[in-house]
Write a protein that binds this ligand. Structure first.
Ligand SMILES: Nc1ncnc2c1ncn2[C@@H]1O[C@H](COP(=O)(O)OP(=O)(O)O)[C@@H](O)[C@H]1O
Ligand SMILES: N[C@@H](CC(=O)OP(=O)(O)O)C(=O)O
Length: 450
């Protein structure tokens, strides 16, 4: 049995859904079909999830929602009409969209979650109807009935482990089950979504729950490439990589597969196959627990992300001060802030954060509270901060990777603000200025892949 997830690009139009139907038909093991909301049909188009966010905001601010609701309805109408789905079947979908503002929500965060989730929910209902009409033995399965219960965080929920025995009840299904991605319900029955791109997470949860032989993740590229294809034309494809490599690369910007989706895949030891809906015969990329070493290819992938900022602090004799780290970490904990990395010198320390956690006010508070607690000689936030990652299981067994990487960056006059090699030695991380990030990725790609 396989779990098969289709991203928004694979479901953006009735033309794309034809391809999805053919892929499901081509392999009888594809019994669990997880779907995203309709995505972009062309560059510059708007994903249904983004339209729903706009619809929710307009509702919250009591603005006119007519045009937005109608634009969303038209996305589903185009898909349904493309398969001659009867109006009686489409009308409940349209009505649900129109009625979203009339439902009761505990507060605006739950309202936002419920609006967003309907992109997937209604699409799964529509896809199930299209499958049935096309002669497949298929039905819609809601995350509640599937047994998925998540933590009570409306826009960043996590699966609760006791869900898995419930999901297991759906193993060995004879029917094709069409399951919406991206959301489930908390213990009070309220809708909570995963973070953006989270339909990948639903697919991995279902795959672990039903002990799938494989999790096929269909998107719009032939493979995961060694670098983001928007930076290098036709980059080298990665035929296979380990979960750890994917984790490091998705952390630093390989948006093609959600990093949180790796957790259930690792726990269930389920091989993930990223494939192309527009070219299903291409083998794609396998992500699995281990792979054969290839000493001729030490680097698997290169990524960069600018969503970081750094708090720099300097204090003479910082290395001798007992309890300094505890004081700083206690302040972070009080404000519910996690840190990403904390490289240090003898008299200075940099704390790197995910920028999304901070606001200008919170930064000011942190600077004030840390200053009061440890009296640094210098303290300030730096927002011009990108993290560049060089990742590969085979780097561990090779000498000279760091020197080649640093040389290639120096040749492009790229300044390194921070260097950090993880204890596992499968990644090297560089802190660089935002404006250098794309050039740095290209420089490392040319060094290790050309
Ligand atoms: N290293 C990479 N390899 C392949 N695709 C990548 C990579 N880094 C970023 N991407 C982007 O990820 C996109 C696919 O992910 P996503 O937009 O989430 O698709 P979907 O709509 O299927 O969920 C690709 O179109 C590509 O632009
Ligand atoms: N539709 C949601 C969830 C998702 O996973 O979408 P996609 O598969 O298109 O990345 C989003 O846009 O965040």
């Amino acid at each position: 049995m396989k779990v098969i997830k289709f991203g928004g690009s694979s479901l953006a139009s009735s033309h794309q859904l034809e391809k999805v139907l053919a892929i499901v038909r081509a392999d009888a093991r594809r019994k669990y079909v997880v779907v995203s909301a309709p995505g972009k049909r062309f560059s510059g188009d708007t994903k249904v999830t983004d339209l729903l966010i706009q619809y929710a905001r307009q509702t919250i601010h009591r603005q006119d929602t007519t045009t937005t609701a109608q634009t969303i309805i038209e996305r589903y109408a185009e898909i349904g009409h493309g398969f001659n789905v009867a109006d009686e079947q489409l009308e409940p979908i349209f009505k649900t969209i129109r009625d979203l503002p009339k439902q009761a929500y505990a507060d605006n965060t739950y309202l936002m979650a419920a609006f967003k989730a309907h992109g997937e929910r209604l699409n799964a209902q529509l896809v199930a109807a299209v499958f049935q009409q096309s002669g497949l033995n298929a039905r819609y399965l809601d995350p509640r009935d599937a047994g998925m219960v998540v933590t009570d965080v409306p826009d960043d929920a996590q699966i609760i482990a006791s869900s898995y025995p419930q999901i297991e009840r759906w193993a060995n299904s004879d029917q094709i089950l069409v399951i919406p991605g991206f959301f489930a319900y908390n213990r009070n029955g309220q809708i909570c979504t995963f973070s953006r791109g989270g339909s990948d997470i639903t697919g991995a949860i279902i795959a672990r729950g039903v002990h799938a032989e494989r999790y096929e993740n269909f998107t719009d590229v032939d493979a995961i490439y060694a670098v983001n294809p928007s930076l290098v034309p036709q980059p080298a494809a990665i035929p296979e990589m380990t979960f750890r490599e994917m984790r490091e690369l998705s952390y630093a910007g390989f948006s093609v597969f959600h990093d949180e989706a790796l957790i259930p895949a690792i726990q269930g030891d389920i091989t993930v196959n990223v494939k192309n809906t527009n070219h299903p015969e291409a083998p794609g990329t396998l992500i699995k627990s281990s792979r054969e070493p290839n000493l001729n290819a030490p680097v698997t992938g290169i990524a960069s992300s600018s969503s970081f900022c750094a708090l720099y602090l300097r204090k003479y004799l910082l290395n001798k001060e007992v309890g300094l780290g505890r004081k700083i970490l206690t302040i972070l904990e009080t404000h519910h802030i996690s840190y990403e990395h904390m490289p240090s010198g003898i008299d200075d320390l940099t704390i790197i954060f995910d920028e999304h956690q901070l606001t200008p006010e919170l930064e000011q508070t942190l600077v004030q509270e840390i200053s009061a607690a440890i009296h640094p000689d210098e303290i300030h936030f730096n927002h011009d901060y990108s993290i560049l990652m060089l990742v590969g299981e085979n780097m561990r067994n090779r000498v000279g990777i760091m020197s080649r990487a640093a040389g290639a960056l120096a040749a492009q006059n790229i300044k390194l603000i921070m260097v950090n090699q993880g204890a596992s030695e499968i990644s090297i991380m560089f802190g660089i200025h935002d404006q250098d990030a794309d050039r740095a990725v290209v420089a490392l790609y040319n060094e290790f892949f050309k």
